[in-house]
Design a protein around this ligand. Sequence first.
Ligand code: PLP
Length: 457
Amino acid sequence: MSKLSKAWTQQVTPRPAIWADVPDEKWTDWRWQLSHRVSELEILETFINLTDEEIEGISAPNRFRLDITPYFASLIDPDDPMCPVRQQVIPKGRELKAFDSMMEDSLAEDRHSPVPGLVHRYPDRVLMLVTTQCASYCRYCTRSRIVGDAAATFSKAEFELQLDYLRRTPQVRDVLLSGGDPLTVSPRILDYLLGELRKIEHIEIIRIGSRVPVFLPQRVTDELCETLAKYHPLWLNIHVNHPKEITPELYQACDKLSRAGVPLGNQSVLLAGVNDSVHIQRELVHQLVQMRVRPYYLYQCDLVEGAGHFRTSVAKGIEIIEGLRGHTSGYAVPQYIIDAPGGGGKIPVAPQYLISQAPGKVVLRNYEGFITTYTEAGDYDPDAIKAWEAKVEKRPEPGQEGVLGLLEGEQLAIKPEAFDEIHKRNAMKHRLNQDESKWQPFHTGENSKNIPLTTAE
Ligand SMILES: *Cc1c(COP(=O)(O)O)cnc(C)c1O
């Protein structure tokens, strides 16, 4: 056991004075934590020295829901407005300010929903929103359009619609439960949903995205772990942005989940003034791997209402990856992702390591700036694998083969919407040039279906 993880097993987070008298059995009870969440100015100001801008944010009508578990609130530095925990959960006046390209649903999730709450963006996996509730609310929430509304929760009938869609959509092999926070739904409903998903044979893995271990580690009880373990293979991503959120309580929750066989990952969001630093990110990922949590994604902040002041440049994200890759364990390096505004999905962005290329040779640089060449095989035969490849089931991706489809010769080009219309320009055909077919490419490849150029969806 590392020195840090040893400390995490032996300590507890100290509590602010207002909760000093709460008996331990209440403090460690997740139901008590949920029902004693703080949201009112009068309470917040008893243990945080609020700035004028925070008071403005807290008092603003129509602001995104504010609610913080006493446990997470106890991590706030009462005297430092720049405290990374505080900035994530205490509203500021500036979150109400509109900015260029701001959207309500920046990932166009609603457009990709075949049934309420199900986002089917990728060929083989879906995002299943099962609740609008969270244990506490992140100010930069990408789903603030639906999250936090206590009156708008998912009904049993909606779950049935979601499950029905999944039952009749065999290309879905991976279901990602999200919300809201799936670990805030009642134990009975969680068990029901996981059980129904597991009954669907084509669903290979179930994933949960949850900030409950961070906001409400008390919820990670032995019973919860037993429930999750019934439905393996089940993976879980937590959401930690700063080393300050890594506490003995979080460590113990992660340890329990790992022991229940749940592989853990972390998704962070790059936030200006919170974690936009190579050195803070290094500290964060080092502490995460000590908890057996694998850094998975580092997200560029979405163009969503409320998040304007948290946005960094994209260059900062690239610099952070530059400062991690090679400098530390590969296990500790997340992928930096921009979730495409308009619904294009997650796009990885990374420093450039391939510097140049000629036939038979590539030039590469490493993290130190060392430049090398890799000589490619002169007699490489990419077809030698074909006999074995034929034995593997090819999974259909109707219309979503993408750039791989171009490489495999199934399509010649991907064209913007209305490309063909625009480029016809009412062209007059010469009488000697009437035969359209001679402009269509002829493919000889095994995969090719000689499909004419069509506009990609
Ligand atoms: C993030 C996301 C997924 C999962 O993406 P991975 O890259 O496989 O982790 C699936 N569906 C939607 C709509 C998503 O936003």
